[in-house]
Design a protein around this ligand. Sequence first.
Ligand code: HEM
Length: 402
Amino acid sequence: MTQPISYLQHWDRTEPFDPPEVLHKLTRTRPLTRMEYPDGHIGWLATSHDLAREVLSSQAFSHRFHTTHAPVTKKGELFPSVPIVPGGFIHMDPPDHTRYRNLLSSEFGTRVMEAYAPRITELAAAQLAELRQKGSPVDLLPHYIRPLSLHVLCDVLGVPFVGSSILAALTDGANDDETSLEDERAAGTQAFLYLLDLVRTARVTPGENIIGRLAAVQDLTDREITNMLLIVFAAGFASCEGALASSLLALLHHRDQLDAVRTAAETGGAKGVEGAVEELLRYTTVNQFQIFRTALADVELGGELIREGDTVTVALPAANRDPGKFACPDRLDVSQDASGHLAFGYGVHACVGQRLGRLVLAEALSTLLLELPGLALDVPVEKVPVRLRTPVLGLLRLPVRY
Ligand code: HEM
């Protein structure tokens, strides 16, 4: 057996958007390789597009928490094994997963989201008006990217915006190296209680929003609905904020691409930049770590025998740079056909909010580029603090002038 590589807790990058050199090399030479997990388990790491799709779409692989060797805390410790909470569908397999997932898929489907798009335009315009009041230079993270992502998510779910900071603390802790597991849990409890209260109110007076419609489903308990909402918020907010921040930085760093996106927005508005959004999603692939599955039985994969109980980590950033799939994998080229990228994952757990995520990116980018023609970085690109070591790639600040 080839020597397993060590578990990559943090995939250190030399360039903010390029996957670490080791992954780049593995995709091209050994796309399925053995990897030693923190508990000593010798599992696997998959780095090619084909293998990523195969693992994520195969029923032979489970996403259940207790089957895995992968989840480690930010400090590299194994997560204490926790039972799956009622409604915690993200770590369930079909058919348990399917019941919850179907309820959400209908809420985030293409037609529903298209009808919601004008509201995103409105929210982006309002955020831009606030940004202008700050003048130039300004930090786009607290004055555009974060509030817009929060606003959209709260609005779509039916959470009053005043409660957004309670919910944001949930993902902020998980994405901050300094926050202890205890503090993360405390933030989780606070967010849970806050949402539980909204669910209980909605049982009596349901609003025309997701909380209201879930509250009308009689065979879901309050706890199930609350946990579903927590998952949607946590998964949606960190990824949406991270993807918008990373896309903006990538464009500000590649001025020719920014000009191309602006031209597309001038002719087609948010619709006109949808192709560019796909390429930005592929190029930045913000869900960088913690995508893993565990084999439920012996299964063949990429010519290797994966034994029952083996955990396979899927490196989405590497799969999205696979030269076998994309014409210029390592270059940001918004004219490239990026369809088939895996930035939203694949298979039954593929992102349920992907249509919303795409719309937010398209609206937020086109509004900003059309309204602020002089938009430029206010510091050299290497001075922009990038959150490289967290499961979702993101920024701490994005100083610009316009
Ligand atoms: C552009 C932004 C986004 C990106 C890049 C993104 C990425 C992802 C990825 C890679 C997964 C799969 C994880 C896995 O297989 O282990 C996922 C799942 C998920 N995402 Fe997103 N996401 C984004 C926006 C959103 C939004 C806006 C929402 C909610 C409104 C959302 C809610 C979810 C949920 C609930 C799941 C779990 C689905 C399941 O397990 O069935 N995401 N996302």
